[in-house]
Design a protein around this ligand. Sequence first.
Ligand code: APR
Length: 364
Amino acid sequence: MDKEIKEDRRDKNPDEEKPHISPKSSETEDYSEMERLGRYLAQKLRLIDFSGNDQRDESQRILRELSLDGIVEYIKENTNCKIITMAGAGISTSAGIPDFRSPSSGLYHKLEKYNLPHPQAIFELDFFMKNPEPFFTLARDLMPEGFKPTTCHYFIRLLWEKGLLLRHYTQNIDTLERIAGLPSDKLVEAHGTFHTGRCLKCRAPYTLSWMKEKIMGGIIPKCEECNEGIVKPDIIFFGEMLPERFQVLADRDFVQADLLIIMGSSLVVQPFASLIDRVRTTCPRLLINNEKVGMQDRLSRFLGLRQGLVFDSRNTHGGRDVAWLGDCDAGCQLLADKLGWRDDLQALIQREHESLNSGNRSDN
Ligand code: APR
């Protein structure tokens, strides 16, 4: 089937015979325009308050209550519940890996020494091709080296062990989901991974251990096949194509989900952030995060668009979005406790951490 070739600015992988896949883009490119239009329309037309009593009777309500207990009851009542989890850097912070945007502790607030045009430049291909040094210096802090998966990671694995995990979508490149033992068929690494790398010139593949030896030694990894190209870890830079696996599985999975759990993400980077809108309107969505994120903006609300999370405590409009605000690990532990999985989760963490401490795991 001839694929419509859309002219665009993305870098084309030479072997890229993939369907059109939206590039990874930063937060400001997509929604600030709509926000401004929304404010203008709202002022001109005096935003009509759409709040009102929900006419749904009890039987039609998706969740009995918009709380963690409501989610727990929903999972217990839906024994074959297909759950999708979505994660960001917040699930790895307790492992010692900083997130990106948290004030002061976030990575983007510690990049002054690289003298970047703007923080995200460190993950932009154009900048990298001109000056790879800052990225590889930062990579020494980011490379998976002795970090252990967190309670969050093991909760996601427990969902799989309980037969409830449809798929785990992560923005993280730290490979902690793999180290936590999540099987690769259950994992979508939307922004790529440090686990593998390839020469930007001849595409020769390289392993994490090969790259780690060079990067930790302060050497910019150069291809040993063509002796020309730089070897870049397979993490997706801004402007690069997302992995085909992301698009193919996202098209298939989200419409099937019975529950979406979003953890430790600011939900600002597209197209990952908009995955939350791809579940059915009857699919509850639980956010476990330090702060509310991904919420419906005024324009979408005014236009009645189903875009973004709506934390409506009165359960009007068929409420189905729940925010549990706090530490991701604590949130997952509490959810496990309420589901009666406290002992299972604790035993899993203890067994896995002992195994990691004994070092009898391959650096796969
Ligand atoms: N518990 C709960 N929430 C946390 C915790 C924690 N321990 N630590 C951080 N958070 C929250 C932060 O408050 C923030 O809302 O997690 C979110 C992390 O957001 P970001 O730092 O923006 O990370 P992420 O959403 O993964 O970034 C997305 O941006 O630069 C790109 O490619 C990069 O994949 C990354 C993407």
